[in-house]
Design a protein around this ligand. Structure first.
Ligand code: TRP
Length: 330
């Protein structure tokens, strides 16, 4: 039997998961779980590169795990775990940092952006964030890394670090590729549809755990345009196009079907209809998350088993790397 390709991806528990995280990432992960050998991580170590409230970080890490499962990721098929539970990430990160140039890290767009946003707290951790991310990926010899457009540069850097290391020490790392699934819907902010939906923008985003009335309110207030036609046109009608994308992703309808359905109807009908579709899509996920969160023992068994399986794979790579760079075996 042919070996399945390996996938690694992760989301920071730096904010509550949104409709964008679901439609843009997790829904795709679910679609991949049979065909690939998948590891899905809660990257709490990345989250502390900017200030976090410890109790919130802990709550969100567990909630994120519950949501992975509630969204349909099967703990029997995927390795789901918390990054800080597998020390090999940090250990490999140190070695890789010694094979990464200061200049390369200085050029990372995300670093430049985040250091502007957090100008009073530009830490070494924020700077070396991409090295830890490279370690996440390389420690599992991942073939594919599902990420959004905004993370492509980090995966490219990861490849550069891996090839450089392989040049000195042949056959150490698999070179990973960014994997941007065609199905992946890019969901934009409801308030400012030229920006990606972000968990740090409470009015522009819908959280997976939002109550139905909050979801409806956010959709009714969604920014559209001064026309009345419900028509897909990303360029000139970004708000309406985003709502259409959400509607199609939530209902499984095609763009054409959706446009026909709302032909001749104004935004006053269209916006609540999108809201309702999202309410129905999120309802079972929210309920299942709540149920899982009340069963701590079960959640704990998932992340413990996940960390154990992940550690086994990660330590194999780490041992190989330590040997190659010349560390004395323990
Ligand atoms: N940097 C990613 C983001 O903010 C999260 C992440 C950390 C990640 N490590 C990863 C994604 C490894 C893919 C693979 O979205």
């Amino acid at each position: 039997m042919e070996q399945k390709k390996r996938i690694f991806s992760g989301i920071q528990p730096s904010g509550d998961l949104t409709l964008g995280s679901y439609m843009g990432a997790i829904k795709n992960w679910v679609a991949l779980q049979d065909e690939y050998d998948c590891l899905y991580c809660i990257v709490d170590m990345h989250a502390i590169t900017v200030r976090q409230v410890p109790a919130d970080l802990r709550r969100r890490s567990l909630e994120q795990l519950a949501q992975y499962v509630a969204c349909g990721l099967d703990p029997q098929k995927n390795i789901m775990f918390i990054q800080s539970h597998v020390p090999a990430h940090a250990e490999l990160s140190w070695v890789l940092g010694c094979y990464t140039q200061f200049g390369e890290l200085s050029r990372m767009t995300q670093f430049k952006m985040k250091s502007q946003q957090h100008a009073d707290n530009i830490t070494a951790g924020l700077f070396t964030y991409p090295v830890l991310m490279a370690a996440d990926i390389l420690v599992y010899q991942a073939d594919l890394v599902p990420v959004g457009e905004d993370q492509k540069q980090h995966v490219e850097l990861c490849r550069d670090i891996a090839s450089r290391f392989n040049n000195s020490f042949p056959d150490t790392f698999t070179l990973p590729e960014p994997f941007i699934p065609k199905m992946g819907a890019r969901i934009m902010s409801l308030g400012a549809p030229e920006n990606k939906m972000s968990k740090s923008d409470p009015d522009g985003c819908v959280y997976i755990m939002d109550k139905p009335e909050d979801i409806m309110r956010k959709f009714k207030r969604a920014v559209t345009d001064c026309e009345t036609a419900v028509r897909y046109d990303r360029e000139n009608k970004p708000g309406v196009s985003n709502l259409l994308t959400i509607y199609c992703a939530a209902t499984g309808k095609t763009m054409q079907q959706a446009e026909q359905e709302f032909a001749g109807q104004g935004y006053g009908v269209f916006k609540p209809a999108v809201g309702e579709a999202v309410v129905e899509l999120m309802r079972p996920i929210r309920e299942e998350t709540t149920k899982l969160l009340s069963d701590r023992a079960y959640l704990e068994s998932i992340y413990k088993e996940g960390a154990e399986k992940a550690s086994y794979l990660a330590n194999k790579t780490l041992r190989k790397v330590y040997k190659k760079v010349g560390f004395v075996p323990r």
